[in-house]
Design a protein around this ligand. Sequence first.
Ligand SMILES: C[S@@+](CC[C@H](N)C(=O)[O-])C[C@H]1O[C@@H](n2cnc3c(N)ncnc32)[C@H](O)[C@@H]1O
Ligand code: SF4
Length: 395
Amino acid sequence: MSATRSNSAPTADDPGFGLYVHWPFCLAKCPYCDFNSHVRSSVDHERWRAALLREIDHYAGDTGGRRLTSIFFGGGTPSLMPPATVAAVIERAARHWRFAEDVEITLEANPTSVEASKFAGFHAAGVNRVSLGVQALNDADLRFLGRQHSAVEAKAAVDIARRQFGRYTFDLIYARPTQTIDAWRAELAEALALAGDHLSVYQLTIEPETVFGAAYRRGELPVADEDTAATLFEVTQDLLADAGLPAYEISNHARAGAESRHNLTYWRYGDYVGIGPGAHGRITVGGGKFATRQHRAPEAWLAAVERTGHATQQRDSVEPEERFAEMLMMGLRTTDGVRRSRVITETGRTIEAAVDSNRLDRMIGGGFLVLDDEGLRATAAGRQRLNAVLGGLLT
Ligand SMILES: C[S@@+](CC[C@H](N)C(=O)[O-])C[C@H]1O[C@@H](n2cnc3c(N)ncnc32)[C@H](O)[C@@H]1O
Ligand code: SF4
């Protein structure tokens, strides 16, 4: 990598600047997933590589020269990318932006043996953190979730990741139909034995436009009731905190200093460039903040980039009031919450001036929010029902 490097881990006051790269292809579509992911019998890797590089060039026009603190390859299944494409993207980013000394470069990987065999190539390309979609540690649940890997394969992939990369993390999905609290406790204990210093634990969401969504509407998919889901959440919080991996966000747990820097940039409302199909971005240009979104369908995205150099479908100015709402939506997910100084920088107003005091008092009185010298935070109870808290505060 030829970039000039500078030391600059993001802080609560400086949220950093990231690059998100979306790879939209998967080997199979999981029945729960409504991410922008598609199954294709073949992908023209030369064209895709060239197009990703062109879209980076395009966004560098507005943001080039800034200090880059993270790159995140998400999907879809970025571990299906050729390592040469990952290397080319990192190389091109290094031409346009100054890499922070400790720049975090994460790649999402599915834990099949084929993909694990590519880890050395990704490492050589510059990736220094992997995030594995393990989802469950028993084969029956992995089959139910439509996964292409077994529990043994997943554990082997975690092992290879541990040896290959400085940092690794994996995802689990809980509140699966029929999952008991005891079974989840046992599975979490097993996960902790495999975990490094970061773990993501998501409650199963039934998304309407998925196979699970349709099964649910037909009454064929039992889901965890609210009480069971709440208990599973609490058990997760306690068990992981006791093991030294406290929550720093609703679904994310880490030892201090091991948090995902890229995700912290989103949650602290920092800027990020989003390239690839359906990618979102938030960039500050000439004092204005812009929300960007790329064409979602892979073929439409590719055609637009090849025609015009980018596939931006939307680029909207984000006005101060909307910025405040976005800051709360992102920031209240984290245990740190929303900093006073950041609200003033982004909106020109204090928290008290930006929010209705009666609504705020109600949420504080209910034990869902805390406001102090540092800023506004959600309590654990508030984070557990964040949508309701935001609804009560903002509408
Ligand atoms: C972009 S996806 C996964 C990356 C990779 N393709 C994989 O599946 O391993 C990111 C994570 O979101 C979580 N996820 C996706 N859909 C979900 C849903 N409906 N409910 C809960 N978690 C979900 C999964 O844990 C998944 O690993
Ligand atoms: S969960 Fe991952 S592998 Fe499954 S369809 Fe979604 S993005 Fe693809």
